[in-house]
Design a protein around this ligand. Sequence first.
Ligand code: ADP
Length: 448
Amino acid sequence: MSPIWRRGLLPPLAVGLVALLVWPFAGGVAALALLAVGALAMVLWHVAELDGLARWATGALEDPVPEGRGIWALVYDALYRRVRLRSARQRDLRLALDRFVSGAEALPEGVVLLDAANRIEWANRRAEAHLGVNLRQDARSPIVNLVRQPAFVQYLVGGDFSEPVVVESQREAGTTLSVQVVPFGVEEKLLMSRDITRLEAVARMRRDFIANVSHELKTPLTVLTGFLETLADMRLEERQRQRYLALMAEQTRNMQRLVDDLLALSTLESEDSVPHEAEFAIVPLLLQVSADAKALSDGRHEITLDIRDPANVVGSRDELSSAFGNLVSNAVRYTPDGGRIALAWRVSSDGGEFSVIDTGIGIANEHIPRLTERFYRVDRSRSRATGGTGLGLAIVKHVLMRHQAELLIDSAPSQGSRFTVRLPARRVHTLAEATSSDAPAGSAPIGY
Ligand code: ADP
């Protein structure tokens, strides 16, 4: 027998027993009257408790479970346990939902839940930044009211969601988004948006790079093909033949230079390649760079080298030599005959500084930030005519990045340019530091 039966039968049995006991003394009428009063009292009590239960059941959810007596105490205890269990489950569910929402908020993607009619049910904050979906004011609005690009509308209506669609963000100018719909449940959809601006920029750079390389190779190849056909088809005088061969050799050298620079750049850009670092004396490198400049200039310019502080440098000698060589060769190529080119090296507490100052054609301000881009040239024909590949300063930039060094450019049209390389102090040891503390500090400038 359950406790409810056990405890529930006690009061009627007690009343019945009392009536039986009373019967012999007070007679049957009195006993029956007692029984009737007892039964009525019990019915009234149960109705009152039922009324309390009904009020609680129809009242506010958070109202506490009432307390009862007798068997009602057992009923309310059971109800109380149920309510507590339900509250605990609800709390767990709420926590799980909160965790899911904070996870969805932390996603780098925008997330929007759409119902069967493509109306917004929920969206994370990233979706607001990407697509302009503000959950508070846009809940239940059709997504196409907010994302109106024809490509997106067609994608959503078309129903083929195997691939994402690429759209420009209406919210953030210049931001490209990849938007993909994932169907789930009964005709519901999850819409995910991803910022692919950087990926697109890299893809565009790659396309531009391939187009540039193809174009750079096509020009000398066309010239070579033309000369080859002429040499094959026509009987030429020896002098003319020699001239054509010389022009062909020049085009071949241009291609060779381009391929060399491309290979150098790809090695510098490759993530696996690390510079071969060693400590080396800067003076022989500077003398070599200066001698190369003089050879390239062939007496057309006045070239000086001023080494203020002989020092040792920690880094890749080959890479730094190629970077310095590119700056010096630019100075020679962009300085008209008779101009001056001054190379200087000095060390300060900030580090080592190599500068190349020329009195050449100079560069207008708007070009300066773009000079280190691959194939960026201010004067295309002058660059080509002097054997430029358009990659020199890109190589310089990469070498310097690998040495935590910086390139400063100061220039004005028709006035000349100053290109300065700043190597960090930890990479430069003056000879006084390198030898001993009693060596003469601060040597006088050496002119070469
Ligand atoms: P290029 O092979 O064309 O010289 P670079 O990458 O070395 O390529 O240089 C990029 C552009 O910067 C050059 O085409 C030129 O217009 C400009 N430039 C570089 N150095 C100088 C300089 N010393 N004086 C004037 N213009 C320069």
